[in-house]
Write a protein that binds this ligand. Sequence first.
Ligand code: TYD
Ligand code: MG
Length: 445
Amino acid sequence: MKVKTTYYCQNCGAQYSKWMGQCTACKQWNTIVEEVVSKKEAKTGVKPGQSKLIKLSDIDTESEYRIKTNNEELDRVLGGGIVPGSVILLGGEPGIGKSTLMLQVALHLPLNTLYISGEESPKQIKMRAQRIGTDAGQMQLLFETNVQKILHTLQHNKPGILIIDSIQTLHSDFIESSAGSISQIRESAGEIIKYAKQNHVPVFIIGHINKEGQIAGPKVLEHMVDTVLQFEGDRNHLFRILRAQKNRFGSTHEIGIFEMYNKGLREIKNPSKLLLSSNESGLSGTVIAVAMEGVRPLLIEVQALVSPAVYGTPQRTTTGYDIKRLHMILAVLEKRMGIKLSGKDVFLNITGGIRIDDPAIDLAVAAAILSSNNDSPVSAQWAFVGELGLTGEVRPVTRIEQRISEAEKLGFERIFISKHNKINPKNYKIAVNMIGEIKDLQHLV
Ligand code: TYD
Ligand code: MG
């Protein structure tokens, strides 16, 4: 029998017919490794008459019910619960809390749950469950990494839901390369997914992500599953954010927020004020914005530090914010307000370890940069909401009423919004400043 091998990039999963020093897909060096793909003889021939056609009109969508996990944050991110037969990939850095989240969910599920662990011993899992402080319920454990053995066990012990911790520890007999390699991940996941679809059993697959923030074997896995959840958050912060990167059964706008405490993960149901550092000291460069995460408003703090560049080329660094967007805002400030920023280092942070994609925080970013540059503090009682255009105009944003109400509810004195947002300031107790251009911030910050 001829042994078939292929070369895979261990970072991005790109496939090559020969070895190369650098992956042309992700540009990483020394990541291409030869893997033995198939031990068995190639399966040849297609058996006739095995596939069945279905009429679209015959498909019943009524029956698409969801299994509630009793974890509101997770249910919301999933789009209202688990769809039977769906495969959900939960990615995150090691130590972020993936196993904790899954164990917590498993302990509360009303179904016969099977937790397959290849990482921690049953004893360790039991200890964690005791820490979480829930009665073990109906959960069962399987300490196994061989996919064929797992599938064999599943035939005899039909679980209602399956949790795999983690995909990187599984190995299939059909593939010779070591556990955690791209072809193993692909094959093992493929077999598990096939089981899920054939038996209508939902599966959570935990996957560690590498330092570039990709799930190892990422492209391969993300395409194979129905939903990709990312569990993130700065490890030094207590908060963990769960977001859907892909969801065949719901939106990808919702996030779930959790706090890690000594008894596992606590759901944060009203997170709007959570990320504010209650900095009353009046330091320059700190500005509050009202962002939306899904349907929930979230008040966040933008911190900027602008200082003369000491080492030649000025640095621009962001945490939790798109660097390209920062470059754009800096260019707008230079061009439309005549502020010289090209010789300065600019650092920008969203506090709380959260990443914000909502363009409505542009105005706060601009205000924070101005505030730091002028060394003039902005009141912690003010909030900013608006998108910036290239001409320097402050553009309207979605869900403005909800954002204003949230700032009002939390006791802010004043909110700055675009004058193009059609609202009546008299309807609110909070003072609403409506501005048209970034220049209007000049005398304020
Ligand atoms: P874990 O779920 O093992 O992370 P992952 O599976 O993503 O690698 O969580 C690891 C961290 O969580 C660990 O550093 C300890 C911490 N932790 C708590 O703070 N409280 C708890 O109740 C539990 C179970 C874990
Ligand atoms: Mg783990």
